[in-house]
Design a protein around this ligand. Sequence first.
Ligand code: PGA
Length: 253
Amino acid sequence: MKRPVLAANWKMNNGPSAAKAFMDAFLAGYAPRDDRTIIIFPPALSLTTVVAAATGRNDVLPGIQNIHWAEKGAFTGEISAPMAKDAGARVALVGHSERRHVFGETDAQCAKKCLAASRANMAFMLCVGETIQQREAGETERVVTHQLREGVSQTPNLISADFLLAYEPVWAIGTGLTASAGDASAIHTVLRSELRQMIGTRSDDIPILYGGSVSPTNAASLLAAPEVDGLLVGGASVEASSWLAIAQTISPY
Ligand code: PGA
């Protein structure tokens, strides 16, 4: 039985004060439970606030939205995997579509970031997803499998404890457009079989999350779709009440 993974990506929202208020409200309403894993990706500046608030809650893992691939050095404004780990991050998000499309992050850079996380003994969640143009050109499967293979090309020894995959169609992120449960399931099935080809049955426990306009209203049906092992939530994760509703979504497992 897989435990669903429910991940909140706050993006550039919730500085330290708001993060503290969020965590107080969320944890007051969310009793520890062992049938799911919660990950919170705050802005880096709020990481230690989330870590402090989640102390003693092994079911709530703090994460980091982005890391640099080097361990340290002259990279103004960047944060390395060992630094994020030292501050309490347990999971690094890699290759989010906003990193790729707004900041020009490439597959090769994603591969270096996955390697950096793995070297720091930190789990990493690689995001893949097609644009609307790629979808309309019938290229979705080629694009997402290519991003997967390239993204983990330097970390071939994937295991479920360290690696999570997120399918986020770019056209569904922050737009209110959600892939149907069937559409999500179809692409997750493609990714699952790609993982099997890459590393065999030891890939079967790697969670594949869906992301893109997930809300308290559609979370249960998406989570119930075959091969959807969790949800990566942006806009609807920024407010504690909305995130609490999603975090408590009835588990289909
Ligand atoms: P959204 O974002 O839920 O606001 O569509 C998802 C994400 O980008 O991780």
